[in-house]
Design a protein around this ligand. Sequence first.
Ligand code: ADP
Length: 928
Amino acid sequence: MPDVKDKPAASSTGGNDPRATPAMRQFYRFKKEHPGCILLFRMGDFYETFDEDAVAIHKALGVTLTERTSGIPMAGVPYHAIDGYLRRLIEQGFRVAVCDQVQDPKEARGVVDRAVTRVLSPGALVDESLLADDEANVLGAIAFLGVESEPGARAALALVELSTGAFSILDCPVESLVDELVRRGVREALYAETADGEMPPRIKRVLDGAGIPGAGRPAWHFRRDEAFEAVTRQYGVASLAGFGLRDDDPSIPAAGAIIRFLRETQSPDGIPESHSQAARTALRPLAHLSPPKRETGADFLVIDAPGMRALEIERTVRGSATGEDFSLVGLFLRAGAGGGCRTSMGKRLVREWLRRPLAQRAAIEARHACVGMLVGDRRMLEAVGDAIDGVQDVARIGGRLALGRATPRDLSALGRSLARTERILDALRINAGENAFGAIVERLDAARTALQPLADDIGASCVDDPPSHLREGGLFRDGVDDELDEARTLQRDASAWLASYQRTLSEQHNLPNLKVGFNKVFGYFIELPRAQAQRAPDAFRRTQTLTNAERYTTPELKTFEEKVTTASDRAIAREQALFDALCARAGANLREIAAFAETVAEIDALRCFAAHAARRAWTRPQMTDEPALDIEQGRHPVLESILADGFVPNDLKLGANGGAAPLALITGPNMAGKSTFIRQTALLVILAHAGSFVPAHRATIGVADRVFTRVGADDALHAGQSTFMVEMTETANILHHRTGRSIVVLDEIGRGTSTLDGLALAWAIGEFLASDPQPRTLFATHYHELTQLEELLPGRVQNLHVAVREWPPGDAHAQIVFLHRILAGRTDRSYGVQVARLAGLPREVVARARELLDSLAVSHEGRDAQALKESSSRKKKPDDAGQLALFREFLPHPAVEELSRVEIERMTPLEAFDALRKLRGMVDGAGG
Ligand code: ADP
């Protein structure tokens, strides 16, 4: 029904300005109050947008662009389909303010009252339909601490998952901001805009790097005093000491700004009319927001952003043909044969654990102990799974309760979920011995004590299959409330009363064809066929004439009608009041509900790890404080699930235990399995730190601080940078930040440049990684020359190679067979030509390549390697132009001399880049 009252009334506005009608003035007021948002303005059955918003949604959603009156672009979407459109707008990074009619248009004098009831942005969502159940949706706020250009400059981050109320703060070096945002899955970030409302360039760099939208906020929101005030007011405290925070914590500006943003956009004024005033005032704003938890880098194993991508932690680089998720997270979320998480909360936590594994041995071992207990006792594993099956997303239900957006289904799901606590506790206590779940049991028990009465009440008063909204009632059981029962009895008895009334009238007046009926427009009526109309008694008052019948009413029928309609209104109002009261009660227990949710999530995640370990015969890793890595029969966690028995397990020994050199150089032909091997090792380390068992026969893993990865050439992901530049930037980051506790995984360094450049760089990087503090490193390379490092740096470098078999052996046209087995020592040749033949290069090209290879090998043999070796032992450039004979015409080259002067350890990434550019320039200059 179009909202007639909003039609422009040129005469009453006193002019012809179409922007000055009352409705449009209202629109512009809201538009001004919500800068940066698309304003969806409810008019009758549509949400309309105007001006540039209309153009934007026309482009984003493909809805028709029209004009309201000439000169005002307009585009709208039907109100009943709003959720789908909202989802698409949010996915595209828009922020949206939804403006509803908050008054019955029938009651409006002049323009109908409207209010912005919801502000949605990619980082701040609570509605189930807009959220992925297996992934947190995080909003961030960024504040720079001090001057960015100063060395060691830091930035503060505040992170809120609005749907569950999780809130954490941290600070980190400015250069790892992008990594932090990516690793934590931040969807949108708030920042202080400049005085003229612009995005500062340093923010733009960070947001572009992380590929997320930002929302500018007034700079004063980030000022220390104002921010401190916002935080203390939110929690009603005078100091933050109670949260374990100093009042001058560097992250407070970010924390205050995020709270201010959320209070502005999620305030209870924005709760729809359908929620009663009681529900709106029962809850203080953002009641579910937990106090900010400070995180320090030392607690977590840091995986850099290239590693997240290259190791395919959350998603595969290329999608799979079947649409199946072959990422590490996907391995645990994919349901199937008892695997997979049982609850959405568990799914989100597994993702979280794999994104940010632990870095404290005791905490890691506590998780291993729980997993171990479940793996060792299948009865318990099954019982725990059955017990938490059916626990709903209580974490997000708590959030919706706090924000006044809970539905009848939420409330009933909360009750059913809480009611499972006893069963979960029983399952966790199945095993009478020492219980690794002790702390978890204690927490769950405490939550049960606090929540049992609520669970009982919900269970006793709500039906099992409630309606999705309360418009027609139906949430509460009969017998719960006298007033509700009475109103319902009246409604139900109506048909019996009508039947008996019809019988009485027809007998009394001898009118066998008399009928009593109901229709929506005229209400209850008595109907007589036209032929009998003259016999209608005086008490009947005629209300309507039809072709063949007359309709009447009586005072008695009128009274009845009033009673019934008010009864139905009364019943619905009563249910709303009961619902509000129950929501308010649940709302008083938000902390305990959150604790219950967290505990169940933890149990589910541990159970999921255990189920997978049991299914695939994974083993408990032995954690140690030594920087060692000792893996027997390790497998790739994802590939083994695809190849099953076809996967060839491999051993690895790095560092400390048994004196194995910490740096392994891995050579072997393409396709032999080098990448797989080094990735599987990184994944094993990550799994172990996340608390999972690992795919290996036995594994001893020294606790690590970071996993660095430099793998493959995914330059498409870094628009505007060359492959080589990406490779070097990532490598520079590793060289600057590696410690003696880090794990470094390098695949093919120096591929993006000329052979000689590449070899020189790979060699220098290898040497550097073999110096103190020496990280545990896996370095896959096709530069055979590098294998000499083993001899040059004994105890620091070891050679590994992937075995292949040539068949028939020694034959010029031999085929190669990949054995995928990693062995000590270096590979004898590169087999590049054989692999090229496998790939289907034309016969004559392969033959010619073989010919060339033979002649090159003669001049190559022993000489270039010799040069590097000498240079390495003397740490200076080769002095004889006859050495490094691989590409004789390039020598002697000043670039090598220049390179030997490069002090990588003292360089910033930018300086490293400059040096590289210079080197590259020298090479190009000489070549051209
Ligand atoms: P490289 O890095 O040496 O070029 P990859 O690691 O990419 O080789 O491996 C090539 C292919 O060999 C992979 O797609 C994989 O299917 C297979 N493969 C690798 N390692 C193994 C293994 N240990 N067992 C079975 N198949 C393997």
